[in-house]
Design a protein around this ligand. Sequence first.
Ligand code: GDP
Ligand code: ZN
Length: 458
Amino acid sequence: METDTITAISTPIGEGAIAIVRLSGPKAIPVTAGLFQGKNLLDVDTHTIHYGKIIDPATNDVAEEVMVSVMRAPKTFTREDIVEINCHGGMVAVNRVLEIVLGEGVRIAEPGEFTKRAFLHGRIDLSQAEAVMDLIRSKTDKAMSVALKQMDGRLSELIGQLRQELLETVAHVEVNIDYPEYDDVEEMSNEMMRSKSKEVHAEIEELLQVAKQGKILREGLGTAIIGRPNVGKSSLMNTLVQENKAIVTEVPGTTRDTIEEYVNVRGVPLRLVDTAGIRETEDIVEKIGVERSRKVLKESDLILFVLNYNEELTIEDEKLFEAVQGLDYIVIINKSDLEPKLDMNKVNELAEGKPVISTSLIKEEGVDEMESAIAKTFFAGELDAGDLTYVSNIRHIQLLKQAKQALEDAMGSLDMNMPLDIVQIDVTRTWEFLGEIIGDTASDSLIDQLFSQFCLGK
Ligand code: GDP
Ligand code: ZN
């Protein structure tokens, strides 16, 4: 298969001083060798790293001092030749090196294209490929460890086990039907089928339950800051960003149609969204009314609702309370350093038991309490991401839901005492949906599989 050579900036997640220009494909080594002042990279051993300089061929200038790793196919992530140019000079230098490389007939990679190649070359299975994609997008260490776990094949393993159970069940029915003379094979009863289906169904449900948290860990807790003008929304935003260092993960080719800022609050990634201008909203209710505000605010996973301690509660504040009713929000009473004018009894009443936190953002007071409250809303104080196998990928979630539905259909047929060879059609569908998660084509002859799995005592 003829492939071209691709390149992209691969920025380490978190604050890394080093950024990498990665190339993969047949031209990776010759192109880099042509730009490199140092050892002749065409001659070096595989999996070695070399100090030198990248020369801009247009000007003959030294563009950047670099360390270059050379990895030859097939023992690489993509199973193609890979070169990694480690630049120390920050984003400007890295971009310059990328531009130089692009001038040499190398193409910019699509997001996830390295991973796609790894998958196409059989290096990883589909769920692992998707885990890598999630890793690329993951915004915090916690999300990253989840993605890493999945990459280790934990999800694949679990799905594999569930499929095995289903397969054995189907095989059992098949054998009963096709070989009634094998009376040493116990007959699969309606009851046995039901208890197997129930077991697998429960496992699928559990996977779906943790999926939501996984999604949030991966994508961040969509957070809106609301409140009347001048209560301190911008100050809150700045405090969160400064205290928690915004996480920036640039993936080339990624375009975002909304402005998003990521901050990591005690392991919880907040995505401060500016969709439809709700990130910092002064007059959302004024502008679009309570009902529509609610609709917009419902999209957020968390709302930080700021009030001014130094002012009496206004009609607008009450309207905002109305708009957030029943949603996940935290009330932040800011400007606690000033004279109290806010009716706290009234506030507590309107807040329906949600956390009410006092802050003075100007004096940096109450910030810890606020951050604890944020973390608590998400983790409820107990969840440890590292212990869970997450299914956080939309496609996986979709397939799991389909598998669950198919299994429920089977269970429904069992309830109606339908013959097992009818029931097993839905069980087989469940098996197929689960197979799609790990990229096993459903069309692989089920019968072949059945008989390789279920030995008839021969
Ligand atoms: P926004 O309009 O809601 O975004 O409010 P800002 O964050 O722009 O703040 C409005 C004004 O209130 C600014 O002058 C801030 O310096 C001030 N401010 C913010 N937080 C506090 C606080 O905790 N105490 C006091 N005294 N002033 C504050
Ligand atoms: Zn503001």
